[in-house]
Design a protein. Sequence first.
Length: 108
Amino acid sequence: MQQRFAILISAASLVFSVACSQSDAGITMAVKAKMAADGTVKASEINVDTHNRVVTLNGTVGSRVEKERAVTIARDTKGVTNVVDDVVVGPVPAATTGSYGEKAEDTA
């Protein structure tokens, strides 16, 4: 009887831990959502990829503070085991709305 109980508890623990672990896609979404909600990080400038719970960040940001905050957000996200920081600090490309990279002109 005790052995059956121990096996039942072990099985329940395994099911619980698998159910609570986040998928790579879930981790990516969580990191992106946290960055989007953060006042320092421009989430649109940083790409987030997750493979086997390792988050890779890349892109170009305008300041070292923004880069460090993005890494901190990723590290603090549940399920993340490691962060690969490929973010570069430099001039952020200007947003364009015209074709072939031309800026749209105001016609009003």
